[in-house]
Design a protein around this ligand. Structure first.
Ligand code: ADP
Ligand code: MG
Length: 241
């Protein structure tokens, strides 16, 4: 059995006595996109923040590549977890060139870093923008640079929290497809958070359906779509156009 890139076991977190994340377990296998899908407020972002290490769980463990990075006593800081992050507010550093933005998290030699930046910019199709500044790029282009920046240090797992919701509808499908292609080329495993079933159906290898802090169903996209486990899940998926 392959080692999961990411595994969380029985994670819980309460705010003011309410379980916002309630006994959540999931795995992301190498090369796979797992989607944490559920309505607004169900606890998706809190789960992601706990995995990233910027929020603490009350119970449960987190493993990256089979290594414990956090339980209730032991805690690897966020920057030591080999986790890449991409959020809706993917702000690039405005005072740095595109190339320097992508190089930001790199720790290699100057030559190694430059080679990696070149590789990533080519991969997202924006090599010609290396010396441009973020404000000279469109929203979609900035998104691709942010993806390159997050992937540059070769994280074991990418966490993406509604990364496409700031884009207009016309662009969104194209950028979803491009992003998926880049992630597959790099072979990066992804945990993608979204409240949009069509995004999950389009991008995921595996969907974990979340409701009120709990994962209520998990499986291949077509399984959830064809056999939703209750009426509420069926209604949720029926919105897909
Ligand atoms: P989602 O990302 O699925 O929309 P969130 O994880 O952001 O959901 O939030 C889940 C619930 O937890 C919401 O009701 C939110 O108000 C609450 N919550 C999140 N963070 C905090 C916090 N730091 N303090 C108190 N309540 C919080
Ligand atoms: Mg959220």
């Amino acid at each position: 059995m392959e080692t999961p890139r990411l595994e969380i076991r029985r994670i819980s977190r309460a705010f003011s006595g309410r379980n916002v994340v309630d006994d959540v377990s999931l795995k992301v296998m190498p090369g796979q996109v797992t989607c944490l899908l559920g309505p607004s407020g169900c606890g998706k972002s809190t789960t992601l923040r706990i995995i990233a290490g910027v929020e603490m769980q009350d119970r449960g463990e987190i493993y990256v590549d089979g290594n414990l990075v956090c339980d209730t006593i032991y805690r690897v800081p966020p920057e030591g977890r080999s986790i890449g992050l991409m959020f809706q507010d993917f702000a690039l550093f405005p005072h740095l060139t595109v190339a320097k933005n992508v190089a930001f998290g790199l720790t290699g030699t100057r030559d190694e870093n430059m080679a990696r930046v070149e590789e990533l910019l080519a991969r997202v199709g924006l090599g010609h923008f290396a010396q441009s500044y973020p404000h000279e790029l469109s929203g979609g282009e900035q998104q691709r640079i942010a993806l390159g920046r997050a992937l540059a240090p070769r994280p074991s797992i990418m966490l993406m929290d509604e990364p496409f919701s700031g884009l207009d509808n016309r662009l969104r499908d194209d950028i979803r497809d491009e992003t998926l292609a880049v992630l597959k080329d790099e072979g990066t495993a992804v945990l993608l958070v979204t409240h949009e079933p069509d995004e999950a159906m389009r991008m995921a290898d595996e969907i974990a359906l979340m409701r009120d802090g709990r994962i209520v169903q998990q499986g291949a996209p077509y399984n959830l779509y064809n056999s939703p486990f209750d009426l509420e899940a069926a209604k949720f998926f029926s919105d897909i156009n």
